[in-house]
Design a protein around this ligand. Structure first.
Ligand code: HEM
Length: 430
């Protein structure tokens, strides 16, 4: 038996999703329960699950039967290339993943702490004062700079400047509907968005390949590129993984930060305890990613039928947790609609609840395909929040919460987190 789902034509489900994905999927959950089928035009049907327990069963297919790479390939391969951990599966995926894991472990990325703080401070000093602006764009400036300087390890200011100008454009054009959805034949046209995308990619690649060549001539360095050069990856494979970390790690982290401030500026009692209580800051970041997860789904393309929640999902379909609703699963999170960082503070009285909660907390996905950059992202969020709060007093010009709006594979604050900044006088000391 197949999981229930709406009888609406697939074009209507697709249009509804584009207009209001959270509203649509929440309404299907209310109507059909924790597992339901959605049909999008041009794709195989997708089964969404909304509990921690069912999500775990989907992630278990990473051990065989589910392909996360192929589920992402159509949207990403033109940007990240053919050798990316995002889009590979099976042995080739594991060959790359085991090389990317070590430089992105918590212990390794902790070495970037001071550099991240310095980059944040440098950028925050340029923010406008006393007039509203969109915080998410400013966060993107910071997270982009972190990728260019700490992941790619580029130091030359001219090249940093070139990449600063090119990379946001490359991602924006590469993620735009006409480029993602264009049939192959039209992709070869010498004009239009795809041609523009191809030009940008050529320019960026020239800089990256040149950097790889220079670095091979002078090995070493603590940046991620330096560590990848120590492996047996070919230049093209390294290029693909550098762009992968940019595509996967730049907007996602900036959006997480934008949500953090969108929520915090509406909760003075939480803001008051920040930023110097480290454990509380860590709990706040986790609670932000629970209540406003940035990436909304983590689908697997099934190459074998999957028994799930009493149904059998056919091979060739997608199955994926819908993360915002898993994060509101009352079996895992008490009073799930409340913003309560305390739930992430260690509570020895409540170990069983903590375990259930940790298993259902999945802003970074799960299984073997769990986000490789999670530790870096969490570190960036903690440090950048602290740097901002030490330097500026932010307020929201409008206290109404910002809606969640679909932006590529993320849910972002609809107004990109509008804030007004005032200098803190005197600056808070540490
Ligand atoms: C708040 C920020 C971030 C969020 C919310 C996020 C979320 C995710 C999610 C949901 C997945 C899919 C996992 C799955 O399918 O089970 C993923 C995969 C991935 N992420 Fe992140 N991510 C973030 C930051 C980063 C950063 C900073 C990097 C790189 C430096 C990164 C690199 C990757 C890569 C390479 C994958 C693919 C892993 C694989 O398939 O083996 N992410 N991320």
């Amino acid at each position: 038996m197949l999981p229930p789902g709406p009888r609406l034509p697939s074009a209507v489900q697709t249009a509804w999703f584009m207009r209001d994905a959270p509203g649509m999927l929440e309404s299907f959950q209310r109507k059909y329960g924790p597992i339901f089928t959605v049909r999008y035009t041009g794709f195989a049907p997708e089964v969404y699950v909304t509990t921690g327990e069912l999500a775990e069963q989907v992630y278990r297919t990473d051990q065989g039967g589910g392909r996360a790479g192929e589920a992402r390939r159509d949207f990403l391969e033109h940007m990240v290339g053919a050798h990316s951990v995002l889009t590979l599966d099976g042995d080739p995926w594991w060959q790359h993943r085991k090389l990317l894991n070590p430089p992105l472990r918590a212990k390794q990325v902790a070495g970037y702490r001071d550099d991240i703080a310095a980059i944040a401070a440098e950028k925050i000093a340029t923010w406008p004062l006393d007039r509203p602006f969109a915080l998410r764009e400013r966060m993107q400036d910071i997270t982009l700079e972190i990728i260019i300087r700490l992941i790619f390890g580029i130091q030359d200011s001219g090249r940093i400047g070139r990449l600063r100008a090119l990379l946001p454009d490359l991602i924006e054009t590469g993620g735009s509907m006409p480029v993602v959805m264009l049939p192959d034949k039209l992709r070869r046209l010498p004009y239009g968005p795809h041609a523009r995308f191809a030009r940008l990619r050529t320019e960026v690649d020239a800089i990256l390949f040149d950097e790889i060549r220079r670095r091979r001539a002078a090995p070493g360095g603590t940046d991620v590129l330096g560590r990848l050069l120590d492996t047996d990856l070919a230049d093209q494979e390294i290029r693909d993984e550098l762009i992968t970390m940019l595509v996967a790690g730049h907007e996602t982290t900036a959006t997480g930060l934008a949500w953090a401030f969108e929520r915090l500026l509406r909760m003075p009692e939480v803001l008051e305890r920040l930023p110097d209580d480290e454990a509380y800051l860590d709990a706040v970041v986790k609670e932000v990613l629970r209540i406003r997860p940035v990436v909304y789904e983590a689908p697997r393309l099934l190459d074998a039928p999957l028994e799930l929640g009493g149904y059998e999902i056919p091979a060739g379909w997608y199955a994926g947790p819908y993360i915002p609703l898993v994060h509101r699963d009352p079996a895992a999170f008490a009073e799930p609609d409340e913003f309560r960082p305390e739930r992430f503070l260690d509570d020895p009285q409540n170990r069983a609840q903590n375990r259930a909660q940790n298993r259902a907390w999945m802003p970074f996905g799960g299984g073997r395909r769990f986000c490789v950059g999670a530790q870096l992202a969490l570190l960036e969020m903690r440090i950048i929040i602290r740097e901002v709060l030490h330097r500026l007093e932010l307020t929201a010009p409008d206290q109404a919460p910002e809606a969640r709006r679909l932006k590529n594979v993320t849910l972002a604050p609809a107004k990109l987190t509008r804030v007004t900044a005032r200098a803190r006088t005197p600056a808070r000391t540490r």
